[in-house]
Design a protein around this ligand. Structure first.
Ligand code: PLP
Length: 388
């Protein structure tokens, strides 16, 4: 089911075979008892990008390229820089200046990439890169690279193997550039064709309200066109306004009978903390899956008896800033004050989302600063016992 790459060109870091976790608390909260998370953040550079990068970087090596390059919201560059280094190639990273997490930026620096922060957004980086590869002998490793899509199919194949080829009713993925959803959908269709599974799970795609061009494509234009937008969300991995793979994603969405949902900034933050409370850390973009599930449940699209798998795309430690600000209660206050454009989907007074902020507060666990005093610690312990 995967491209063949001769052994001497294979660049691998032991990616894949990521764990599948039952989310017990989230299951109770959503009323979906069989709720699982396939954690693609448990890959070598801590995001699902590694499963595609191993193939794409190997193919660059096989073709004899000295330079590889990508535009990225952070995780692709972290992954590419690592695989390029392992394969003794040089890498060029184009990322937006600002609105990228330190965890991801620090990875590409450490793995030795030439990292250029351009004064534009992700979509602007893609534009420059597409020009660059026409003029320079540089191998393009963005998700339009077919090897990346092929490699990213492994999440779905592994998942079905872990479930002993018993297809779940729903698989839910975040949608940014829409490469991952296309890849997972392609794998599902291929597994059905090969009779490895006897029915298709419904593949649903969730976007942030502030970066929802695919949601609008499906719900406003009936899938006939995608209108690019200026994207804004704190879930930086899906802050993409002109997704490259929207046609492929639309095809698999329709083939599997899935849905597209959008979720607000507060819903994302709340869902991330809920997944965290199950002992599983993920990045904000991954948490849209749980937030989306709640909406799909409310609409009756997902039923209580069904089996649901969330694809968690990246690790908590990719973006610790978001998590700390959330738990300290600063996440929205600070971003509203510092952002010249208000983050769409962030709470405004008197809206249902503001009531959600109140609910999200119950999930916040800010660090407690105390004197080095036993009595103070015991008081904190007793106090925590009585708060719900
Ligand atoms: C890249 C990425 C996404 C979005 O995946 P697409 O293939 O661009 O839709 C979501 N979450 C994380 C953590 C990512 O790194």
């Amino acid at each position: 089911m995967l491209p063949h790459i001769p052994e001497e060109h294979a660049i691998t870091m032991g990616e894949g075979n990521t764990p599948l976790y039952h989310l017990a608390r989230c299951a109770r909260a959503t009323g979906v008892e069989r709720l699982f998370a396939k954690h693609q953040g448990m890959n070598p550079t801590a995001s699902f990008k590694d499963t595609g990068m191993t193939f794409a970087a190997s193919s660059a090596h096989q073709r004899g390229f000295r330079w590889v390059a990508c535009a990225s919201t952070g995780n692709t560059s972290a992954s590419m820089a690592a695989y390029a280094a392992r394969g003794d190639m040089l890498s060029l990273v184009l990322i937006p200046d600002g609105k990228i997490s330190w965890g991801k930026l620090s990875q590409s620096l450490d793995y030795g990439a030439l990292t250029c922060q351009l004064r534009t957004d992700f979509d602007g980086c893609v534009k420059i890169l597409n020009e660059l590869v026409r003029q320079k002998p540089v191998y393009l490793l963005n998700s339009v690279n077919p090897y990346r899509i092929e490699g990213q199919k492994t999440a779905a194949i592994e998942l079905l193997e872990q479930l002993e080829w018993e297809a779940p009713d729903h698989i839910i993925v975040p949608g940014g550039n829409l490469g991952n959803s296309s890849a997972i959908g392609k794998a599902l269709l291929e597994m059905l064709e090969l009779k490895l599974i006897s029915r298709l799970p419904k593949l649903s795609i969730i976007q942030a309200e502030g970066a929802n061009p695919f949601y609008r494509c499906v719900h406003e234009f009936g899938g006939s066109k995608l209108v690019p937008m200026t994207a804004d969300t704190l879930a930086t991995a899906i802050r993409i306004g002109n997704p490259a793979s929207w046609k492929k994603a639309l095809r698999v969405l329709r083939a599997t009978g899935g849905e597209v949902e959008q979720v607000s900034e507060v819903e994302i933050a709340e869902a991330k903390a809920e997944i965290g409370a199950d002992g599983i850390g993920c990045e904000p973009a991954s948490a849209v899956t749980l937030a989306g599930l709640k909406k799909l449940r409310a609409r009756g699209f997902v039923k209580p008896g069904e089996m649901v798998v969330l694809i968690l795309t990246g690790h908590l430690l990719k973006d610790p800033d978001f998590t700390i600000k959330f738990h300290r209660g600063d996440l929205f206050a600070e971003n509203q004050a510092s952002s010249s454009v208000p983050i769409s989907g962030a709470p405004t007074a008197g809206t249902p989302d503001e009531r959600r902020v109140t609910r999200a507060k119950s999930l916040q666990r800010a660090p407690v600063v105390l004197d080095a005093d036993l009595g103070a610690v015991i008081a904190a312990l007793d106090g925590a016992e009585t708060t719900p």
